[in-house]
Design a protein around this ligand. Sequence first.
Ligand code: 13P
Length: 284
Amino acid sequence: MPVVRTKAILERAFEERYGVAAINVVDELTMEAVLAAAEELRAPVIVQTSVKHVVMTGVGVMYAMWRELTKTITVPVALHLDHCPDRTLISECLAAGWSSVLFDASKLTVEENMRQCIEVVAEARRHGADVEGEIEGFKRTEEMTGDEAEHVQSLKTVVEFVQATGVDVFAPAIGNAHGVYATTPHLDSQRVTDIVEATGIPVALHGGTGMTPEQFSDLISRGCAKVNISTALKIAFMKSGYEYMSAHPGEYDPPAIFKAQRGAVMDMARHHIRLFGSEGKAWA
Ligand code: 13P
């Protein structure tokens, strides 16, 4: 198997109405831990890389990590570039071998976003890769005002964007945000149903950290085949490191901390894979 197209992973999940965990990793340890959890649970998984971490690590090193770490993986996995407004970085990642990219031109007009997204899709296809599109952008949770779900584009605009660009998965704003929610967010789940019915493509659910199990299962049943988790990984990674150091004052043994962090990240990934219904969904 093991590295397949993002579209192949999402099509199955969309058809069978389970969610695939799309987890942002920050380094080699977290990439390995997410892959190990997916392998253990026989689940497909999408490993996501943020622009910040790709730039920090370097495209070549990041992709070399992915290539080496996936050599022994037997479940379907894909490598995705999350929220990228930078066309040059998109080109570099596609040329290196990323499975898919999220072209984030949400700060541009819809018309300009659409024009450029058509080019990104054409470029991705030349590399056998897939594209996620968005037109609304997401706030950080600390910037939320409670009326996020109301400031969205019309269904007509979404349909026009999806049809004109040919994106494989669409990320709508439904009252979700990135970070730690102060309270359970109020989500416009009907919008997911409307978009899925009108476009026929899977939806990417952003801002997954902190949503309730009921919200996840409702949204996945409506067509959110890709479920993004980032903050939960950062919390698991940082907290386990901090707790380890607090419990072992004066011990300066990096591999011991790494072991604790790997365990915490694997637990977090297992939890979400099970919650989204993708355990055992790896195909032969
Ligand atoms: P969280 O950080 O809220 O989990 O959101 C993840 C995400 O949507 C990445 O694009």
